[in-house]
Every structure is written in C-alpha cells, then in structure tokens.
Design a protein around this ligand. Structure first.
Ligand code: NAD
Ligand code: ZN
Length: 344
C-alpha cells in the first residue's frame, strides 16, 4: 500500500509499505479520505526531526477492513471516523472528561494522535485502536475526516465558553479556513451569539457568509476599529483565534471586552502579553484566556451528531493522494476554500 511519510524535516515521500496487520485491540481502516490541516504545514516546516519517519494525516475516515484479536463492537465495512486524540481513558484528566489533555504525552506534549507520531490517514490503510474508531452511520466517510479535528477543535473551544454565548452576545472568529468555517457552523447551530468573521481574503469572507457569519471584517483594513464599532466600543464577549500569529493575537486583545474570553487555537507561534499590573494595555480586566488541544470524546460525539443532522458540512476539494504536493501547495498559498481532502 502507499503511505505519505514525513521522512525528515521538510521532506515528504509517498512510499510503498506493507499492509499493516491489526494487533490486539486494533482495527485496520481502509481510508476514504484524509483532511490536510494547517498543522501538517507546521509539522512539515519544523526544523527539528520528529524521530522515525511516520505517515501524516490526523483527520482520517474510512471503512473497517480487518479486526485485531479480541475486538468486538465493529463490523467489517462499517464507516468510521478516526478520533484525533488517542487518549488512554485511564489517567486523571481522562476520567474527569478532559481526555484531550490525557497525560500520556507528557506535560508539554499532546496525547498520541495519528499522523502526528503514530502512522496516520494519508495512506491506503491505517491501524486504529478500536475504541478510537467512531461510527459515522450514514455520514459520507470521504468528506468526514475533518470532523475529527477541523470541527472537533473548535467544538472544544466553543464548549468551553458556551454559557457566555447567549442572545445579545457577540463572538468573533479570526481565520475562516478549515477550522474557522466549521467554528462558524457550530456557533450558528449551538449558540445565540451574533457572529463576526475576520479573514484577509474575499473568498474566505464569502465562505464565512455561507456558513453562519452575521457580519464579516477584512483584516487588511482597521479590523479592531470595525469590530469595536459593532460593539459600542466596549468589546466582544468571546474571540476565537484560528491563526495565532502576532497580528491576530493583538487583534483579539484589542477587541475583547472586560470580563470577556479569548480562545487561542491557531498555532502561529505568537505570544499574548499578560501583564501583572494595573496599567497594562494588553488586556482589559477579567479576561479569561485558554488554549486547548483538539477536543474531548464528548465533543466528538456532538460533532458527529451535528453532521448527521445536516448542520455541519465540510466544504472541501478532493485531491488524489498521489497529488499531495498540489494540495499542500494550495493550502500554503491560501487557495483552499474549506478543507483539502486526500483520497487514496
Ligand atoms: P487554514 O490554512 O485552513 O486557515 C487559516 C485561515 O486564516 C485562512 O483562511 C487565512 O486566510 C486566515 N488568515 C491568515 N492570516 C490571517 C490574518 N492576519 N487575519 C485574518 N485571517 C488570517 O488553517 P486551519 O487548518 O484552519 O488551521 C488553523 C490553525 O489552527 C493552524 O495554526 C493550525 O495548526 C491550528 N490547529 C490547532 C489545533 C489545536 O488543537 N489547537 C488543531 C488543529 C489546527
Ligand atoms: Zn489539525
């Protein structure tokens, strides 16, 4: 079978490898599609090696193809979504329902995730711990992969502030890419907030209006002034930053209201200044800031339910696996609307 491997920093290769046999407690999934995430670009551009070569693809979906010893509850041919977070289910965060912070990966690392260490979905087949293959039911597996991250991760960020997003509140979504366009749909389906979407391209702003934004703001202009004028100068209740670079983090801190919340999701590497004094202009009083990795299993269950109800769709372009370079190049150049999906 074919697998797209990160063989060394900056180098991808589509290699032939043996069909993997599922071990005890594992299933083999015949991949239907694998989303290409901006995190794949971050991983590709890391200067430091991530160790032995591994197959990329943390947004996978497909059909159960083989069962390892002892596996029950799955049937060959069932459509499944591969969970992003291969949590242990046993540690304290896991049993408290914070499985996206499972301690298995260590204090500063994330829990094991396919395509970010263990072999992922940019391949013809992949192995998955049986309990991390979730039934998709009638949802088309070809376009479902991004539900496992592009939808799961915003779902966690939104769930963490859902009580704030009442009628009359305002939420700002910065970056209407793979994650952002899912965040807009989740906000529209699950909250009463007025939604302002921010991006720097006309295509993305149109995408935002198609998926639940009430208003759009072009970050090539004075986005902070525009957003503040929409909220009487006081600021907005919640800002979701799906980019995480210096200008977007600064925008978040300039438009958040006192006692508001900022959710940092994008991994653009910026730092949000947090002053331990009364005068700092960086943040108003009382702002609640959080960054989170992926989402919990409960969040993923909600994501699948929303998709099954037709309230969450992945706007996507399909690229054959062999054409991976074009997909990566298009994502890097901002030419992908929604998600690029690689199909074997
Ligand atoms: P994407 O490339 O699909 O979308 C990024 C969007 O941001 C694009 O629409 C782009 O036009 C827009 N953008 C870029 N600069 C901007 C600016 N200055 N102002 C406004 N908009 C701007 O990326 P994605 O796949 O949606 O991923 C988004 C980020 O989230 C990445 O950094 C990714 O690594 C990160 N991520 C984090 C987690 C997590 O668990 N925390 C999970 C998945 C992805
Ligand atoms: Zn991702």
């Amino acid at each position: 079978m074919r697998a797209l491997k990160l063989v060394s920093p900056g180098t991808l290769e589509l290699v032939e490898s043996a069909l993997p046999e599922p071990g005890a407690g594992e299933v083999r999934v015949k991949v239907a599609g694998a989303g290409v995430c901006h995190s794949d670009l971050h991983v590709l551009h890391l200067e430091k090696s991530m160790g032995a070569a591994f197959t990329l693809g943390h947004e996978g979906s497909g059909w159960i193809d083989a069962l390892g010893p002892g596996v029950t509850g799955h049937e060959i041919g069932d459509a499944v979504l591969v969970n992003l977070v291969w949590s242990c289910g046993q540690c304290r965060p896991c049993v408290n329902g914070h499985d996206n912070a499972c301690v298995t990966g260590g204090r500063h690392n994330h829990p094991p995730s396919p395509g970010l260490g263990p072999d992922g979905a940019m391949a013809d087949y992949m192995l998955v711990p049986a309990r991390h293959a979730l039934p998709l039911g009638e949802i088309d597996p070809v376009a479902a992969g991004p539900l496992a991250d592009a939808a799961l991760t915003p779902m966690r960020a939104i769930d963490s502030v859902r009580e704030r997003l009442t009628a009359g509140s305002t939420a700002v979504v910065i970056g209407v890419g793979g994650l952002g366009h899912m965040a807009l749909q989740i906000l529209a389906a699950c909250t009463a907030a007025r939604i302002i979407a921010v991006d720097m391209s006309d295509d993305k702003l149109e995408l935002a209006l198609r998926h639940g934004a009430d208003a759009t703001v072009d970050s090539r202009g004075d986005a902070a002034a525009e957003i503040l004028s929409e909220s009487d100068g006081y600021g907005v209740d919640v800002v979701f930053d799906f980019v995480g670079i210096a200008p977007t983090v600064e925008l978040a801190s300039r438009v958040v209201a006192p006692e508001g919340a900022i959710r940092l999701v994008g991994l653009g590497g910026a730092v949000l200044p947090f002053g331990a004094d009364a005068n700092t202009k960086a943040l108003p009083w009382g702002v609640d800031v959080r960054k989170s990795y992926g989402g919990t299993r409960a969040d993923l269950t909600e994501v699948i339910a929303l998709a099954a109800a037709g309230k969450l769709t992945v706007e996507h372009t399909v690229y054959p696996l062999a054409d991976y370079q074009r997909a990566f190049d298009d994502l890097e150049a901002g030419r992908v609307t929604g998600r690029a999906i690689l199909t074997p």
